[in-house]
Design a protein around this ligand. Sequence first.
Ligand code: ASP
Length: 334
Amino acid sequence: MDRQPRIAIGALGGTICMTVDDAAAGALPRLTAQQLVAAVPRLEGIAHITAQTLLQLPSPSLSIPDVLNALAWAEGKVAEGADGVVLIQGTDTLEETSFLLDLLWTHREPLVLTGAMRTPSAAGADGPANILAAVVCAAHPASRERGALVVMNDTIHEARWVQKTNTMSVETFQSPTFGAAGMVLEGLAQYFRPPSKRHAQRPVKLDASVRVALVESCLDEKGDMLDALVNAGYDGIVIAGYGVGHVSESEAIRIEALLPKLPIIIASRTGSGSTASRTYGFPGSEIDLARRGAIFSGWLTPRKARLLLWSLLASGAPRDSYVAAFDVWKHVSN
Ligand code: ASP
């Protein structure tokens, strides 16, 4: 590229833009995208930046419609000629928003998400360094065709695998089992492997009223909570089951009874690794649950499986296509 890359930055809120007026009141999201960008040294040497405040929310209060609005905004920036887009937000839901965006981002241009673990006034505030690294990543040609990426602590993660793993550490973002995709080093994005095969689709219409519940099975769970979710009007359920994707025998019976009403996806509550498909045969095991009609999340964590199920339901995909949509996440080699 013989001109400076054009990078559009959209800010949604989060610790990165929080200020504390009075310690008792705690940190609140207040800084604008322009103020965040102004605090980053050497940014203008890397890219031509435009910055816009889209929202000023703590990320636990972000909604799926907020994410879809940010997606539409980012798509608009690419249509206007941006070479990459950076979204700044809170870290609490970053592993989810980035994956939903990844499922829907069909462009070659990088969509990079970042945030901060420390407020701007804290010693060692990480926000400016994270914005700088995110812009370097978004501006680098090697970041193209990689969908949504999360850049924190100079480390590049694929949205599909990244998880917030620690409450306070600046190293909180990790990609268990798969590892980071790359690092930002001396002003360059360096990747450890080629881009993963992508499965993004951009449905014209997504029904934002769709609701998918995520529940965890715990010792002595009988599965009656599932009936409560159906009665509350949820359209789909993801269960973070034990181990490789197991539930108790009584929960398995409830799942089978409810499956005619709504899809139920089984993931693992362990935090890493894939669900199994042909190892255990006891009632409530993966073989038994598959026979009853449940679908397994493969390598997707429960939170990410919830968003895949949400996108299937919201796009009106036929229910018999769900098995194939989740199968993609069981065999992930390129
Ligand atoms: N602790 C969060 C953050 O890191 C707050 C949020 O997600 O908005 O930004």
